[in-house]
Design a protein around this ligand. Sequence first.
Ligand SMILES: CC(C)(COP(=O)(O)OP(=O)(O)OC[C@H]1O[C@@H](n2cnc3c(N)ncnc32)[C@H](O)[C@@H]1OP(=O)(O)O)[C@@H](O)C(=O)NCCC(=O)NCCS
Length: 312
Amino acid sequence: MSTPAAGVLIRPLNASELDEAARIIRAAFGTFMGLPDPASLWPDRDYAATRYRAAPENALAAELDGALAGTNFLVRWGSFAFFGPLTIRPELWERGIAQKLLAPTMERFDSWGIKHSGLFTFPHSPKHIALYQKFGFWPRFLTAVMAKPAADRSAAFTTFSSLDQDGRDAALAVCREIAGAILDGLDLSVEISAVQAQSLGDTVLLDADGFAVCHCGAGTEAGSGSCYVKFAAVRPGAHAEKNLERLLAACETFAARRGMGRVDAGVNLARHQAYRAMLRAGYRTAFQGVAMQRPDGPGYNHREAFVIDDWR
Ligand SMILES: CC(C)(COP(=O)(O)OP(=O)(O)OC[C@H]1O[C@@H](n2cnc3c(N)ncnc32)[C@H](O)[C@@H]1OP(=O)(O)O)[C@@H](O)C(=O)NCCC(=O)NCCS
């Protein structure tokens, strides 16, 4: 057993703590990865501020002796939820603080009526797998975080930002319909709106067939020179495979036109057809995580799900 986390207060994160939260995220992951200078990790990638601004009420802080000890960010995509990054100051590890953050995380998911939730973690770490198993998450398929150089492939698409208000409302409804056809109640509106409101990139739209929420460049989840496909999906059905190929080409074209040299995109390997489409399109795996799911079931990680995301 870890030493009980006596005196730890769990409360909402404050906007004034975002810099410190970002510092802890770098220090924690940098330390876990064994970097000589952990603070140098992801110098221009942002998780804390972008996720906080998307849903301030879903950012939890752990406080110890008046200082921030760690944070967790809860993400609700309609009927599905995940969390992360979950990080604790390295000098405070193994004192049960992460578990103090996870208990209210699960309560929040339950209060939202979430039927299926997930997370992305390190498959080689017994600690991570054990920690999340305590809360009902089960390790399932690997998730490949893939990348390829961006090139303008002259693909046709529309961007969410180019639409007027009526067009945006209509596009949100179409995206909700596509996501809902993949998993009942799945809804990416919060991500599409966050990208628009915070100018993080854009949402690439393939008429009524598919969409991709993309972060671009420094100060987003992508980082300099990268277009990160945070979530992409096409409508299920006979044309899904072709439409995913079109959507991948559209993302690449969008990335190149935005001056990004690389596209980063993750896919769970249970989504065989989506994974194969990415391989055919020339993506290579940069690293792998494992999807842990609660309850132990596929959710939308299955063969017919033409979805690109990684829950990081
Ligand atoms: C992962 C992280 C958030 C955990 O935080 P923490 O406060 O150290 O975790 P806790 O102390 O609450 O819980 C760890 C549990 O794992 C257990 N554990 C550790 N190593 C273990 C092992 N090899 N096998 C089984 N259980 C193990 C601990 O004993 C403890 O459980 P216990 O309280 O029942 O003893 C923290 O280490 C961190 O910030 N890591 C870097 C960033 C990161 O990886 N974030 C998560 C990404 S998914």
